[in-house]
Design a protein around this ligand. Sequence first.
Ligand code: AHG
Ligand code: MN
Ligand code: MN
Length: 366
Amino acid sequence: MPITHRLTLTQYLIQERRRYPNSKGEFNALILDVALACKAIARTVAFGELAGVLGNHSADDGDKTINVQGEVQKKLDVMSNNYFIHLNEWGGHLAGMASEEEELPYQIPAQYPRGKYLLVFDPLDGSSNIDVNVSIGSIFSILRAPEDAIASGRDLVEADFFQPGVKQVAAGYALYGPTTMLILTLGNGVSGFTLDPTVGEFMQTHPSIKIPEDTNEFAINASNSRFWEYPIKRYVDECLAGKTGARGRDFNMRWIASMVAEAHRIMMRGGVFLYPRDNKDPNMAGRLRLLYEANPMGFLIEQAGGRASTGSEPILNVQPTGLHQRIGFVFGSKNEVERIERYHAEPVPKKDDINPLFAERSLFRD
Ligand code: AHG
Ligand code: MN
Ligand code: MN
């Protein structure tokens, strides 16, 4: 299809901005800076070993580096973080940033103006897939900075970022797969763009993404099954029982270990993703991080007609208490997520009352 038949990301943003006659275009400029960072990461990822970008990052002394999560940083984690920071710090639209790879809020350097937005991001999601050439992505969330920070231009503190997901102004992810895509919400539905490598532009290819309400596909890391709480065990057991169980139909299971790739499959054809709270590590309330993984993804999913939850309550209602706080996260096709929430609301049966069918047949029993 000729390039003139599709909207570019820039044209889409201008079109959306016309709905807000008072807007000054700052927000659009910010989204375009984020998109530029994603394009730079996409090119870097695409060269892989040819550019020597695979493997672990090492400090000057040659030692591996560890981020605030206690995870070994990949070279591409560090490079992607640098692209996000340096392509966004100069524009004058941001009061500050927070990143998976930065322990504390990133302050806009003194030589640049400060603006009214906060940018929060996971620069590269799916680190375990980098070296094996499986899809990875970037995730971002845009919030408004507190009024006093905008007015005074003061340095940010962690608490400035502790805003529930409903406060997000925009969110998106870039997927570095067979094609590079940018999936974006400005709070008015979800629009998908594919990077046209010949002109270096994101072109609108998926104008209004809608997640089917029902699905036969679920995604969970089943190696954690012995740590799951009862409602999750019950849900997965019922999916596995298929036609012969309570659900009366067969299900398919998927696990890529890149949430962005998983979410994209769900955006395109439905499904449910679970990384629930479990009792593997009492110090961690889940695997995924609230501010830069669950909240932006939750906003996108809900804007596409799906549902995003902790298992018990809407993820977007959770009041954050830490920059790198983890949380149980369940999202995808609405009816399936609502079912999982119902299972959490029901009382947990006493051990003796658990349906013997599960006890005998479950692949995942205690
Ligand atoms: P990150 O690479 O940013 O640390 O996040 C990886 C996340 C997420 O993308 C994925 O769903 C999950 O970790 C995979 O976890 P397991 O290794 O337990 O499968
Ligand atoms: Mn991640
Ligand atoms: Mn990451």
